[in-house]
Design a protein. Sequence first.
Lengths: 321, 530
Amino acid sequence: MRLFKMIPDNTNLPFMKWRFWAVGISAALLVASVGVFFAKGLNFGVDFAGGLMIEVGFEQPADLDDLRGKVNSLGIGEGSIQEFGAPEIVSIRLPLPEGEDDEAVQRVVTSVQQSISGDYPDANFRRVETVSGKVSGELVRDGTLAAGLAMLAVAAYIWFRFEWQFGVGGLVSLIHDVFLTIGFFAWTQLEFNLNTVAAILTIIGYSLNDTIVNYDRIRENLRKYRKMDIVPLLDLSINEMLARTTMTSVTMILALGALVIWGGDVLFGFSVAMLLGIFIGTFSSIYIAGPLLLWMGVSPNTFVAPEVANAAAGAERTGNG
Amino acid sequence: MLEFSKVKIWSIIAVLVAGVIFSLPNFFSEKQVDAWPDWAPSARMNLGLDLRGGSHILLEANADTLARANLDKMEDDALSELRRAEGGAITVGDVSNRGGRVSFLVRNVDEVDRAVDLLRNLSLPIGVTGQRSFNVEVADGNRIVLTQTSAGRVQAMNSAMTQAVEVIRRRIDELGTREPTIIRQGAERIVVQVPGLQDPSALKELLGKTAQLEFKLVDFDADPSDIAAGRAPAGSQILPMSDTGQPIAVKRRAIITGDQLIDAQQTLQQGQWVVSFRFDSTGSRRFARVTQENVGKPFAIVLDNRVISAPNINEPILGGSGVISGSFNAESSNELAILLRSGKLPVELKVVEERTVGPDLGADSIRSGTIASIIAVAAVVGFMLITYGRFGFYANIALVLNVFLIIAVMSLMGATLTLPGIAGFVLTIGATVDANVLINERIREELRKGVRVRQAIENGYKMASGTIWDANITNVIAAVIMMWLGSGPIKGFAVVLTIGIITSVFTAVTVTRLMVVLWLRRARPASITI
């Protein structure tokens, strides 16, 4: 029986030769992400913006214009009314009512529901979410804190298990991943909500997983080939791990692809973010995490205790002399 | 690495069998599980509200009104303590409770020390820090200032919230809804989750009302033009009628409150819905006395500072029971009866977050989540099989066992499965597979180097373990932070991810190794395809 191999044995791609191009593209994408973020902003869901979201199902395809007219005529602000996954299902988003009154939003829900039920007795309120300004503010704070802490904690772990250069390399590639993902959400204006934050945290976990797998091999090779230059050593390590990297990415893409296509509308943003994260994460663990080690001067001596390294250097000198 | 003692083999098998057994209740309906014998496992995962449908409501206490009420109470307690002081009442004047503190002048300067002693005894010690519920200070010789301490405020909020949870539970139980979850969250919040509830408006009505019932005498001396302008005579206040909104002047001091009610029921009286009520014995005596004293005068029945009705006292009410009539219908009279029976909330609560999912969306989510999971597993299983052959097959068994283990652990922990949790399941599949990919690729490498089969497999497991360990630890770190800081969907996702990562290391490393070892012992292959 012959087994399937996506990456032929002894593949030897000169990854580091393309590092300037790759890092250049990354930098350009980063700048673009930041630009789009400031130009367009994120399409915050009710979790983060506050306000309310009502998902209504009808027997027939819904008349969006009529619903829009109805909601806007209630005088509670400009509603965003969209089809949600199917023509019979509509999502209605309204901003937080003006003023400090936390219960105003509850009254708005009631009036929207009554207004719709009045004309469409078959309307089925599938989902109602209201989040007050205070709670949404806390969700933003906790979400940001969670992402920030997760990044610092894992970077600290890498530092502890490897060396500081690896910790910094891991952290920078994570920041890169998070920025690009947020840029993607700003660009597509897909809804950014709590699920998206969960997705970003998972991307952090996954990307780091990839980075660690590569770093582990780099460390192993640094100890094994003490005379090898760092560039070919990085190439060798990445190539050795390439079959695994590809294999794992493909299985993740298969699993997430299933979620994107069949996972339903509630999870759509989450799954798309994750899927994108797989690509960004794989890329950054090679092209951000790798070259950074190079630029921070990682060498075979990095993993040798200083006195041993000195002794070795001394021995070499004696040998030469 | 390839040695397994008999004990170890059997313990691994025992864990796996237990995993399968304890996950079983989740694959049968509740009825079927109930019919199982007692020794069979019955715990199952909870389904989150996003999957089964229901309402999640987050309530927040209004700390300001609570502080205000506590201040009023502090003033009342302090003044009555001084009035009833042993050795003669201490007269005070110029009472004010502005700026979060109560201050007053003691008329006779010689009595200041006695008053301070009495008041210090009135304050309660809190905890072990030696702080008391309020501080008593003397300013300008004969002015006494009472300020609530921070410990006192925390304590007051704590006891109010504990009581509020109880009151909410009674109110929700009255609605007849099944298995509500009512949990205090943080210092000032309460989460209420009611599965299967599709329209939470009745629930929110019930939760949003303080339900403080008071009986107050109507103030007839007030000038109608003053009432219209909202100016109340001293000792009185202007309240709106609850049906018309028309203002009415009533005495500030309640003659009796709902605290002494022991029962309230909705009843039909001459074709009208009314709420009948009954006082406890102290309440009855008090009610009898005040009605006797005030025959012929109207008294106002006040609920949360709105006057429901202001009937005349035609004769003394001696039995301790009566009816409240107003413009009620069947629904509103029932609501009032429930509110009165379950008691008043010690603190005003407002809804700050609501998430309601209808049963349709829940069912849709379960269906699409299941379909996506099955397809994901099938795709990954097929892919592993064509890539690693026998070793892929072992990895696939590990994958399936891992699913059982996750379900078993979640059932035993009583954890909740949410829609993002299903996504966590799918991701765990990736994590399990990744460990096996690392191992198998390492075996391939070793074989390419010309290492013999047994040694190559041993090296593969040994050398990949460190990487697998590091990679999974970082994932657990991220997941634990999500569990700690995350709310709602993030938490549901993180729970599955954490459990899944831990069980996946067991199944993907230990269990596959056992399978490989057992095969090696039996077949003793000279070469392997991987």
